[in-house]
Design a protein around this ligand. Structure first.
Ligand code: NAP
Length: 241
């Protein structure tokens, strides 16, 4: 049984990770920011099944909020075994239209946040001489994305941090990996119309769009594994090979 923190656990991929890891018997802390109602509903639904989780509001783009989140987690769990940096935002816009506010919001939420979360959990993981950090990046960080340059840059940055910290933290037996999802069926892709989704399916060798459970299966494997670090694992149905 592991002690797991999942950022952005109120919706989409994060919600699926929270529910499945909790059902497996792990101790889970769900972090959310705006979706309080959804976070409380997830907790209540699990409680009906006799499963207890903790939910913590924190804007992960703010150092003080992250400090409070990790302080709460270490008090509750003592040891933090797994940190899943999942929270993220995307914005579809032409590069010329990107304002400094857009740039900062995307970079701070997707990239600066993991500088905060990882720095805050490190003392705990170093103490234990073990740990598993999973960064949910994106295939767009690998191949680039038209009208999502800032998002792609933030995700490429996450992968660079993954590789660097795998080298830096390896001697402390802390593994750091990225999961780079392809197109996954969540609210984040509600901007895509049916025609675009059909085209995406056609261009995907496995002929479907991904589901959050596809990401969970990879995360579960990464948590159980003991000899994988510094890797960016693409879960995209073969869309990018
Ligand atoms: P989603 O359905 O839009 O959910 C995003 C989650 O991130 C929500 O739980 C949200 O919480 C949380 N979040 C956003 N800003 C936050 C902040 N400042 N502090 C704390 N939490 C925050 O997105 P998703 O599709 O599940 O995406 C999850 C991750 O996978 C993201 O990092 C995304 O970039 C990545 N990804 C997704 C896809 C895809 O196709 N869906 C593909 C590649 C990568 P609140 O609502 O509570 O604020």
């Amino acid at each position: 049984m592991k002690n797991i923190i999942i950022t952005g656990g109120s919706r989409g991929i994060g919600k699926c990770l929270v529910e499945n890891f909790a059902k497996e018997g792990h101790n889970v802390i769900l972090n959310y920011n705006k979706s309080e109602k959804q976070a409380k509903q997830i907790k209540a639904n699990l409680e009906e099944q006799g499963i207890k989780i903790e939910i913590v509001k924190a804007d992960i783009s703010k150092r003080e909020d992250v400090k409070k989140l990790i302080k709460f987690a270490t008090k509750k769990m003592k040891n933090i075994d797994v940190l899943i940096n999942n929270a993220g935002i995307a914005k579809l816009q032409m590069f010329q239209d990107v304002t400094e506010e857009d740039w900062d919001e995307i970079m701070n939420t997707n990239l600066k946040s993991i500088y905060y979360t990882i720095q805050e959990v490190m003392p705990n993981m170093i103490n234990q001489k073990s740990g598993c950090i999973i960064n949910i990046s994106s295939m767009w960080g690998i191949v680039g994305a038209s009208c999502e340059a800032v998002y792609a840059a933030s995700k490429a940055g996450m992968d660079a941090i993954t590789k660097s910290l795998a080298k830096e933290f390896g001697p402390s037996h802390i593994r750091v990996n990225s999961i780079a999802p392809g197109v996954i069926n969540t609210e984040m892709n509600s901007v895509l119309d049916e025609k675009i989704k059909e085209e995406l399916k056609k261009d995907t060798p496995l002929e479907r769009i991904g589901e959050p459970i596809d990401i969970y299966r990879c995360a579960k494997w990464l948590i159980e594994d003991e000899f994988t670090t510094g890797q960016v694992i693409s879960i995209n149905g073969g869309y990018v090979i």
